[in-house]
Design a protein around this ligand. Structure first.
Ligand SMILES: Cc1cc2nc3c(=O)[nH]c(=O)nc-3n(C[C@H](O)[C@H](O)[C@H](O)COP(=O)(O)OP(=O)(O)OC[C@H]3O[C@@H](n4cnc5c(N)ncnc54)[C@H](O)[C@@H]3O)c2cc1C
Length: 493
């Protein structure tokens, strides 16, 4: 299995958390954690071996120590052990970061695994829920629903952790109507670099609250969120239309139609994604009646050159709706053991120019179609006139992609154990071709929740946070002046 090496972020926030000999401090860290009764996985244990195997097995790192706290005091004590030993501390919730940022994104971090912070407590009258950051989305959705038929907006994969998803975005089946997961946070409880605990909200430490919503890994360890919930909709139209674009020109027509629809016509009740691989599909959820859906979708399908008879359309309850997109059951084991071996990239364009669409589809025709690996391009219709994500003012949170029409994920995986490094040229070339044809390439964003291992820190900062980056650094200077919560791509320099 390969270890990926990053360029390490430079400068002032790094002292005194040097990575130079962090791995040598394992014994001292373990001793400190043991003395303070913080539960750990020691490096010779089977638990440890399983816990440090990331979702993306292409990107592996060696921690300096591995804490598995059960209480907030344990988290505070783990942070103080990191501080007293000069070792960076990283929270891990679901472990699904594409670049294994939950393992620090580099060797030598003290990992604080939040798996025991998985409580879900609903207040049905206030329509709020306290949710631990270590919960996995499938379990959280079931708990919200089973307690009082509540729901939050979140991503589709049931194994993803609440912590990483929420702190950096969180786009899913109902985001067009209800916003990102992070748009629904009312409060966050955070263990800071100095081991104290604060609550951040619009009225308490608003600068920290701003930064946590989009750049959250860099400011502390969030133990729980208070979310605004909504009553789960029970009669949802779930649809999937299958198609095979005939050629580059047909694919251009499809993408142009989808872009125009997302920007101008698509109502909040319709959530939709286009999947391009060896087969393609348009799928999503409509929160309304079948008759209204048919009226809405027919002109779009006609523009895309898809017959209405190519679709599967069902009416589902909320949990069945989630299951339709979850690629397996919602219930997730605490001992999570699901992995893939892949390289991924993203783009968050405000709008794709005609030239950029042509570049995308030409590359598909000439390079992607003949590629026999299990690659895909997933395009979520993220923003536009009616999207709840775009309705939030651009500077209200650290999330910097409010104006992005599409959330594009380029994913290339192997079913073998080794992803040959030279294969990264396939997706790097695809994204570069689109960039080369885009007048606004310099400003085009990327989504840190699809962390791209090929980005050096400076480009990562610019692509992930754009003009919010400098403000996030200022906030970090206040809350983590010595750079305890650092990694190759997260906020801090
Ligand atoms: C199969 C799959 C499907 C996905 N589907 C979607 C989707 O539908 N929509 C979407 O928006 N994204 C999706 N993602 C991306 C996902 O949102 C990110 O990978 C996310 O960061 C994973 O969160 P995690 O807690 O599981 O990961 P981790 O690797 O544990 O954490 C990711 C980052 O968050 C930090 N972090 C985690 N917990 C905390 C905490 N408690 N306090 C402070 N920092 C913390 C970590 O340090 C790390 O930097 C998907 C990913 C996968 C692998």
């Amino acid at each position: 299995m390969r270890c990926i090496t990053y360029l390490v972020a430079s400068s002032s926030l790094l002292f005194p958390f040097s990575q130079a000999s962090a791995l040598d401090r394992r014994a001292a860290l373990d001793e400190c954690l043991t003395k303070l009764n913080v539960p750990t996985f020691i490096s010779s244990s089977a638990n440890y071996t399983q816990a440090i195997k990331p979702f993306n097995t292409r990107v592996t790192f060696k921690p300096a120590a591995y804490a598995v706290p059960e209480t907030t005091q344990h988290v505070q004590d783990a942070v103080s052990c990191g501080a007293s030993n000069g070792v960076r501390v990283t929270a891990k919730s679901g472990g699904h970061s594409y670049a294994s940022h939950g393992l620090g994104g580099e060797d030598g971090h003290l990992i604080v695994d939040m798996r025991n912070f998985n409580n879900v407590t609903v207040d049905p009258t206030a329509q709020t829920a306290a949710i631990g950051t270590g919960g996995r989305l499938g379990n959280v959705a079931m708990a919200l629903y089973n307690q009082t038929k509540q729901a939050i907006s979140h991503g589709t994969c049931p194994g993803v952790g609440v912590g990483g998803l929420t702190l950096h975005g969180g786009y899913g089946l109902i985001s067009r109507s209800k916003g990102l997961t992070l748009d629904n946070i009312l409060e966050a409880t955070v263990v800071l670099a100095n081991s104290s605990v604060v609550t951040a909200s619009e009225t308490q430490h608003p600068d920290l609250f701003w930064a946590l919503r989009g750049a959250g890994a860099a400011f502390g360890i969030v133990t729980s969120f208070k979310f605004k919930t909504f009553t789960a909709p029970e009669s949802n139209i779930v649809f999937q239309y299958y198609l095979t674009p005939a050629n580059a020109s047909h694919l251009s027509t499809i993408l142009t139609a989808l872009q125009d629809f997302s920007l101008n016509t698509q109502p909040q009740e319709l959530n939709m994604r286009f999947f391009l691989a060896s087969f393609s599909s348009l799928s999503g959820v409509y929160f309304g009646t079948r008759a209204d859906f048919d009226k809405l979708i027919a002109p779009l399908l006609a523009q895309m050159g898809i017959s209405t008879t190519r679709g599967t359309i069902t009416t589902n309850t909320w949990l069945n709706t989630l299951t339709s997109f979850s690629n397996g059951p919602l219930a997730q084991a605490k001992e999570y053991n699901s992995h893939e071996t892949f390289f991924a990239k993203s783009l968050m364009p405000a709008r794709l120019s005609l030239e950029a669409i042509t570049a995308l589809t030409t590359y598909w025709d000439t390079n992607a179609r003949s590629n026999t690996r299990a690659w895909y391009l997933l395009i979520d219709l993220h923003g536009g006139n009616s999207s709840a994500v775009s309705a939030v003012p651009a500077d209200a949170t650290a999330y910097s992609h409010r104006d992005a029409v599409f959330k594009m994920q380029f994913y290339d995986r192997t079913y073998g154990n080794v992803y040959t490094e030279s294969w990264t040229a396939f997706l790097n070339g695809w994204v570069q071709a689109i960039m080369d044809a885009s007048p606004d390439a310099q400003d085009m964003g990327m989504y840190i929740n699809y962390a791209d291992t090929s980005l050096a820190s400076e480009e990562a900062h610019r692509r992930y946070w754009g003009r919010h980056y400098e403000r996030a650094v200022q906030v970090k200077r206040g809350w983590d002046p010595e750079g305890m919560f650092m990694g190759p791509q997260i906020v801090g320099r």
